[in-house]
Design a protein around this ligand. Structure first.
Ligand code: SF4
Length: 353
């Protein structure tokens, strides 16, 4: 296995275009939020929550999106779904540009792009029986036939996600956390989506339940050909379910590649540090050597100059403080945003502790 510091620098190439068959693609997506201060709400700055990210998800694929809390991964998922209006960039679904569609034009796409939330309890209406919660999207979109047909459909969905149809009349508080997440998944499945953005769907659950929900999601993917954008801070979870993984730091993607390459041979110091902190069986003892991230995550309002990671990077050098590295293809299919991989730079310049 090759460690980050053993790699020979190679001339980096531009980010390759998404394949023509991409289900969804975002290009240079940005979402900034104004920071208001004072009595009159004067705009005093901008939070660059998502700052120029590009990726695609292929049909039937799971793309993991990882990073520490506050790195912008959830905002990226919500902006992709047009639950938040993008500040700039482009979103394409099956080749169609949906970036600026109004609410009416977006309606057919809403059925095809759904979201599973982190907290199943908070996302379910506590005053509605579980069956009605699952049927609600069918009512909103005017599909699924009459009441009896809808109830039949919901009963099938209950069975498919591992719940009993008799539980349709129970209320959310009568279910366990894992069962509530199953209700959330059944609700999302009701409209027959093609893409599901899973926003930390297991992080609120006990570890023993997490695997059950992940396996359910994988079974559903096999059965219905679903695509997932799987957002998580837990690398072990992402490693379990993803085919490719994108790593985010302060609003930008800093590394993107297939699962095996990321876990066996990370090219970005931030990924290396994240991997060193988690016990993943496939990560060898050498890779698991602790690389301490120095300092706190900088404020997204006042980000460090140059490479935003330079204040915490063990390999940082002078160029890192003044010049932002572009995300480039360092190896075939393996993208990283780090000056270490630009041709002509000798590294490592510093050795991780
Ligand atoms: Fe570290 Fe510099 Fe690479 Fe940024 S560009 S990750 S600071 S070595």
């Amino acid at each position: 296995m090759t460690a980050l510091r053993d790699l020979a620098p190679s001339p980096a190439r531009a980010v390759p275009a998404a394949p023509a068959e991409a289900l969804v693609e975002v290009r240079d997506l940005r979402k900034h939020f104004p920071v208001r201060r004072g009595l009159f709400g004067r705009v005093a700055g901008q939070v660059h929550a998502v700052d120029g990210v590009s990726f695609h998800v292929a049909p039937g694929e799971t793309l993991g999106l990882v990073g520490e809390s506050g790195c912008g991964k959830s905002t990226a998922g919500r902006t992709l779904l047009r639950l938040l209006e993008p500040t700039a960039g482009e979103i394409r679904f099956r080749g169609e540009d949906i970036t600026r569609l109004d609410a009416r034009a977006m309606l057919p796409f809403r059925r095809r792009m759904q979201m599973v939330h982190q907290d199943p309890y908070a996302s379910l209406n506590p005053r509605m029986p579980a069956g009605e919660i699952v049927a609600e999207p069918l009512v909103i979109h005017g599909v699924g036939g009459g009441r009896a047909e809808r109830r039949e459909r919901v009963a099938q969905l209950f069975e498919r996600v591992g719940l009993r149809p008799e539980q349709m009349d129970a209320y959310p508080h009568e279910f366990s956390g894992g069962q509530r997440q199953r209700i959330g998944i059944a609700r999302v499945l009701a409209l027959g989506p093609e893409l599901i953005v899973c926003d930390e769907p297991v992080s609120a659950l006990d570890v023993s339940i997490q695997a059950q929900i992940l396996n359910l999601l994988m079974d559903l993917q096999d059965e219905y050909g679903l695509s997932y954008l799987f957002i998580a801070h837990d690398l072990a979870v992402v490693e379990h379910i993803s085919q490719r993984v994108a790593v985010m730091y302060l609003g930008k993607i800093v590394e993107l590649t297939d699962r095996a390459s990321l876990f066996e041979m990370p090219l970005h110091p931030y990924t290396e540090a994240l991997l060193s902190a988690v016990p993943i069986p496939k990560v060898t003892a050498r890779r698991r050597r602790r690389v301490i991230l120095s300092g706190d995550v900088p404020s997204p309002i006042n980000r460090p100059s140059g490479c935003h990671f330079h204040t915490r990077c063990a390999y940082a050098h002078a160029r890192c403080r003044s010049e932002a590295p572009a995300l480039r293809e360092v190896r075939p299919g393996h993208l990283a945003a780090c000056h270490l991989h630009d041709g002509g730079v000798t590294f490592p310049l510093a050795k991780p502790g």
